[in-house]
Design a binder for this molecule. Sequence first.
Ligand code: FES
Ligand SMILES: [Fe+2]
Length: 428
Amino acid sequence: MAYPITELVNEDATLVSRRCWTDPGVYALEKRGIFGRAWLFLGHESQLRQPGDFVQAYMCETPIILSRGQDRRLYACIDSCSHRGLPVCRADHGNTKRFICPYHNWSYSVEGELVAIPQENAVRNKPDKSRLGLKRVPRLETWRGLVFGSFDPDIMPLEEYLGDMRFYLDAFLGRFPDGIEFIGAPHRWLLDANWKLPVENQLGDVNHGAFLHSAIIPREAQDRIEELGHSVVTAPGHGATFRLMPPDAAVDEVAWGMEGMGGMLGGAPVQEYLREVQARAAERVGPLRARMKGLTYGVYPNLSFLWSNASFKVSHPRGPGRVEYWSWAVVPADAPDEIKRVLRTNYSSFFGPGGILEQEDSEVWVQQFRGCNIDFADDRPCFYGLGLGEEKPHPELPGLVSVTANEFYARHFFARWRDDLLAVEGRP
Ligand code: FES
Ligand SMILES: [Fe+2]
């Protein structure tokens, strides 16, 4: 890189260089400084119910097989044959006893152990198969069914890493007696954008709603978001935005899902189910969190949760100017199948790849990347200064809290991002 990292993000992170999104040298550092050292989201336990179940995942650009072993424990291995490096798992998800490499048919157990080498019968010296299994992801932990892996063997425990984000995630996850489940395979699509653009948007940018999404989000709804909206940073790079509804708000106004297409058009059984969830919310998550009506969340570095349309998303880098976006529909595990189906339709109509809001956001990220990849503009970093210093501790809500127009969620993200790159710069 031709410039120091401190020139990319200034001290208070109010100025962020356009090269943060476009520079291949920055991207190479991100792989080591961020994706090599963070907890990265892999999937949800509901995708892996039986021994032999597996799903594909990624940690940055590294393909991962996440599986449930015959001992019912979870395993995460790099999907690359120990012989010549091919991927050994060709399906996105499924159930199997063996992963068999297509080149010379070395086969691996669902836990990643090398089981058979067809050619070894023809040679005298047998290789030690116990040393030739798939490479395991060194750390694998779950919290509330969410599965994360890390390449850093010394990383802090996942619960500590999530910290106070657990309080906000639980406001949603804890509402349902049996938790949530991921329904179906993720939608996956490619965008000509940098991985941080979707992340930043969904970490706390609710301010674009009435403008970019004006065809769908009426001005009154946006006014209500601004009036009741809270933006929280629990630790740099982690954040939550939500409306804190008045204590006397009507159930239909507070209940998750009622404002979505599924709730509106799903008919009486769906609406009754959503009201029932809300009626018991205080008992399950406490009176304060029962009043939370979430918008968007982010977990550093690249996991997003859209509460309003119940979707988990991961922004997988594919180079500085390319991102593979993964998006799962999330439903309450205890809901009847028909209600799950309606709720999933709600997700896909708004935030699947064909969803109207997703398309508008995606177009913006692509244009934003283009706008940051132009010449003669290096002296014009992007401005992140709105609301500087206005975030404060709150008597009841963990973290720093402010209005949604305060861009502190992004400043904290970029300050952590800068410090993570500084920590590995100059190291091999
Ligand atoms: S490359 Fe996998 S068996 Fe040869
Ligand atoms: Fe949006």
